[in-house]
Design a protein around this ligand. Sequence first.
Ligand code: TNX
Length: 534
Amino acid sequence: MPLTILLISITIVGCGPSDPPTDLTKEGIIPKPVSVVATKKSFELTADSEIYVENDSLYFLGKYLSDRFKTATGFNIPVKIGSEIPSTDAIFLTAKSDQNLAPEGYSLIVDEDYVKLSAPRLHGLFNGLQTLRQLLPPKIESSTLQDGPWKISSGVIRDYPQYSWRGSMLDVARHFFSVEDVKRYIDLISYYKMNVLHLHLSDDQGWRIEIKSWPNLAKHGGKTEVGGGKGGFFTQEQYSDIVAYAQQRFITIVPEIDLPGHINSALASYGELNGGIIVPGEGKTSDKTPQQDLGIKPPTSTTLYTGIAVGWSTLRVDKPVTFKFVEDVIREISAITPGPYFHIGGDEAHVTPKQDYITFINKFKGIVKKNNKTMIGWEEISQANIDMDVMTQYWNKPKNAERAVAKMSKLILSPAKKAYLDMSYDSTTKLGLHWAAYIEVDRAYDWKLSTILHGIQKDYILGIEAPLWSETITTMDELEFLAFPRLPGYAEIGWSPEEKRTWDEYRLRLGYHGARMKAMGIDFYRSPKVDWRE
Ligand code: TNX
């Protein structure tokens, strides 16, 4: 493991205001760091500050930080290479990175004269930069020029995550979201040190990624969305652009093609895949449960679906063309996905005969493996022949999670009753569904990954993923309203030591983040459970 140090060293300029921030332990960092020691002074970022990075490979991180500071401060902070601090009029210090820090861990020293961030890996440095951003006044995130001073409490933070999987899922199938929207979501989740964005790229209502060998999937299957809007899809180039953007922010993109159910957009695009399905009647759909009574409308091969019923479409296991389609899709997407995972969906295949479903999942496993990816599937895949090479995403039934673990498959936890970002906050929330629960901010935060499933060892829990299904949201503002302020809590559930978390303490920190979210232009839900400091 290479030694990598990002050294941020900054000159001292002038004297500070009367009440500089001096108690690092009182800063509202989310997720809560593992350890914080205050030294009761403060550091000031000024127009003369400089960022030093140890070598070329860290330059982009220095640049990232400088760019984050530029708009609000108006400072053009230069990024320079140097492990030795040049002898200017400033005082600089340096230290070696702690190789014992966990992957993604970092340590941050803030002194009166300098800030030093060190980490054994680039990802840790990136995480430390997020902490540093959160130590500056909230207006640092503003998109307009703001007055300083830009002071930071001094002290030492040593920090690392408890769980390796900390993510969110975005459903771009029910309603399509643009490349720009997805990039903004990546920025927002990375601010809270999440490291996974799972993209739900296909569903009954839309196919959202270009497949060159099956062009009609996107061309026809991407034409509309829930409610009949214009839909859309990512070209492979656009998808690669998203992946690269995410990579720079240490976020792994997990592509999902939902199989063998949730597949109407493909059946409508290629009639030969369609084994004759019963399309739910418009107006008969409900948001009550995923297993609902379906209306009936005669199947037509090209009809796109704009309602929100689930569980009524399926691929046919007895059609050879089905597997040609699956092979081509998984191959093309895998080829443009640098991350190690491919999500095959596998949920709510209510009209797929059980034995066929098992055959499907077993075959998908081989196809994903052939493409050098690790297969992930929703919890229902535990019915099939899964093993330690497959990851299972728990969302609804503990029995499915237990069966997955009995087969040695590790779990990503997305319990719908706690972690579904598409659930309404309460009965007055205009957006969202509520088939699983109403999820206020306290309910979203106040649970633990290690105890939510009884009798499952911690080793089998990879972490948390908060899915944002998009049946009810059409704009970025609406997306943000459901994601925030619950998302920072999910990030903390995955990152911070469980025994150090309490809702009563967290709600204060979250209250301070009101000003940050506002400065970032996030249209968040002002939950009455929190005293917002804006
Ligand atoms: C269940 S969770 C689904 C989705 C819906 C969601 C709405 C899961 C694996 N399937 O198809 O969008 O409920 O909350």
